[in-house]
Design a protein around this ligand. Structure first.
Ligand code: MSP
Length: 559
């Protein structure tokens, strides 16, 4: 019984909470990436970066793992390659490269990019299959049912409906189904129903947000049917061969899920050092595969299921699902040309919430980026680094006496209170994957800093004798910016890097543990000449925004 296995493992290895192993789903190569795909990857990247930021670089810890990649087998991919008149392997390589490039450009800092066509993955799938067989969870059966090619799955009557044209389709995806009769290998899913239930219930935040945990528990209310885990090779030839039967290919979803094991070196013994994943990120459409099938497969193979699943909702456009036929697919590369890669990362993590769908809108993105990155963060940096107030281009030294005086002002008190509370608040938000609240807290602090700046009118001190006051105001503001830069690293890594570079914060002093409030005692020079973090974007006329390639000019930020 897995319940016992789990206890043995926990006893044997102790908790390894400080090890970080984050995964994204692997992406189908039947079409080019869109912002929804990028979103899954950026969420996982932000979690990975936060884990690195907060974990001490101790030699006894396993290096963190952050895996992503492409899901390349199955009929859907075969058909897409045919439609492009390209050999299937070449086609997979082309789209897989698009994902790799996308992730490089958007700073998705993975440690392994896996392709299901990689040789180590193919052998991991076959070893995993054999482990399932050894556990007595696999049997052969004649299978007849409605099969949905785009979803690569058999559907039961209750999962089907007739669409407006009288065609039988999947209720969930709307994709058409066809009657199929074949010999398949089946997996005894039903046998592991209680174990999956135990796995979910054993830990309050096993599946977050809670609404998705509840959906999984609802699936488990009814007895689970056994599932087919192979397809005749005559129908699905582009796949991994079943080890003991060369007429069958492994079901693409089983093949795909095993990628999470492959990246740890499975089946080699050292894979155990980093198993299981600490958090697996996935979209709501693939919840059943990750929340029910995946733990059941692992338990059958005597492996521990993941510690946590983070499920996110979807991006829609005009509140409609993105789809090629509706011509409303948002291409991240095209948008990055207008708003920058960092701008897109900021927007997706700032506006996206895991529990409900987000609506993509160009008007909204322009408004947010201009108001927050240009006018709030960028402007504050330019003000305190610019020649007007800071001709010597330094982080000026701090004057204790002036500081005491400034502290009596309400605007200073408010700023210092927010500053003190910021690290703990943001730590919690990151741990709960509420990136929008991290950004909210930082922006609130920056507004308070802008208020402090306005209230203390440092520009009136330029020509006066009161240099300690001017120096101290700049010093406090720059400390706020240092904190904002450290905290925002998982969200906008390049921009935060530029901000911290400008403030001459050494690379080794950008960890979470460096967030203690630390007003610089000795003066240090600023780096570089320009301090423009984000240039304002000029919004085109409303009717142009929705066009595929809107023309937008970028103009220089005003200080
Ligand atoms: N290949 C499977 C996953 C196998 S993992 C073992 C798959 N691929 S996918 O390319 O269709 O989707 C990959 C991820 O992108 C999923 O997390 C999915 O939810 C996400 N998104 C696809 N469209 C999306 C939106 N419109 N919005 C947000 N995320 C979406 O499923």
């Amino acid at each position: 019984m897995w319940k016992n296995l789990h206890q043995i493992r926990a006893f044997r290895s102790g908790s390894n909470d400080r090890f970080s192993f984050v995964t994204t789903p692997i992406f189908y190569v039947n079409a080019a990436p869109h912002i929804g795909h990028l979103y899954s990857a950026i969420i996982a990247d932000a979690i990975h970066r936060f884990n690195v930021l907060t974990s001490p670089a101790a030699s006894h810890l396993e290096p963190p793992i952050f895996s992503t990649g492409t899901d390349e087998h199955g009929t859907k991919i075969q058909l897409a390659a045919q439609a492009h008149a390209v050999p299937v392997a070449t086609y997979c390589g082309q789209i897989s490269d698009q994902y790799r490039k996308l992730f490089r450009n958007f700073g998705v800092d993975y440690t392994r990019f896996i392709r299901t066509t990689d040789p180590d993955h193919v052998s991991a799938v076959q070893c995993f299959w054999q482990a399932l067989e050894r556990s007595g969870s696999v049997y052969s059966a004649n299978y007849a049912g409605w099969y949905c090619v785009p979803d690569e799955t058999f559907l039961t009557d209750s999962q089907l409906k007739e669409n407006d044209s009288g065609v039988k389709v999947s209720v969930e995806s709307g994709h058409p189904v066809e009657w199929t009769e074949e010999t398949n290998y089946m997996f005894k899913l039903n046998r592991h129903q209680d174990d999956v239930l135990y796995w979910i219930k054993h830990c309050e935040d096993r599946i977050v947000p809670l609404k998705f945990r509840k959906i999984c528990l609802d699936f488990l209310q009814e007895p689970l049917p056994d599932i087919s885990i192979s397809r005749p090779k005559s129908r699905v030839s582009w796949g991994v061969e079943v080890p003991s039967d060369s007429t069958q290919s492994v079901y693409v979803w089983l093949d795909a899920l095993v990628n999470y094991l492959t990246v740890t070196g499975f089946p080699h013994i050292e894979h155990q050092r980093c198993w299981p994943p600490t958090v697996q990120v996935l979209g709501k459409d693939i919840l059943k595969f990750h929340g029910i099938y995946w733990p059941a497969f692992l338990i059958a193979a005597r492996l521990e299921p993941p510690k946590q699943l983070l499920v996110h909702s979807h991006w829609t456009v005009d509140n409609q699902k993105m789809s090629k036929s509706k011509l409303n697919v948002v291409d991240p590369n095209e948008r990055a040309a207008l708003y920058t890669h960092e701008g897109m990362r900021y927007f997706l993590l700032r506006e996206g919430v895991a529990h409900s769908d987000g609506n993509y809108s160009d008007t909204k993105i322009i408004r947010i980026l201009n108001a927050e990155l240009a006018d709030t963060l960028g402007n504050l940096l330019s003000r305190c680094c610019g020649k007007a107030l800071n001709p010597e281009a330094v982080v000026p030294s701090f004057d204790q006496e002036t500081f005491q005086e400034l502290k009596s002002l309400d605007t200073t008190k408010r700023l210092l209170d927010l500053l003190q509370a910021l690290p703990e608040k943001c730590h919690l938000h990151y741990r709960e994957y509420n990136f929008y609240l991290v950004v909210d807290s930082v922006i609130q602090l920056l507004h308070a800093a802008n208020g402090f700046f306005e209230g203390t009118t440092p520009w009136t001190l330029k020509k006066s004798e009161d240099k300690p006051r001017l120096r101290t105001i700049l010093n406090i503001t720059m400390e706020v910016l240092r904190q904002a830069g450290i905290i925002l690293q998982p969200i906008v890594p390049v921009m935060s890097g530029q901000l911290l570079d400008k403030l001459s914060v050494p690379r080794k002093r950008r960890l979470w543990s460096d967030l203690r409030v630390n007003f610089a005692i000795t003066e240090r020079s600023l780096m570089g000449s320009e301090a423009i973090l984000f240039r304002r974007i000029v919004a085109p006329k409303e009717e142009n925004v929705v066009k595929k390639e809107p023309k937008m000019k970028k103009i220089k930020q005003k200080n």
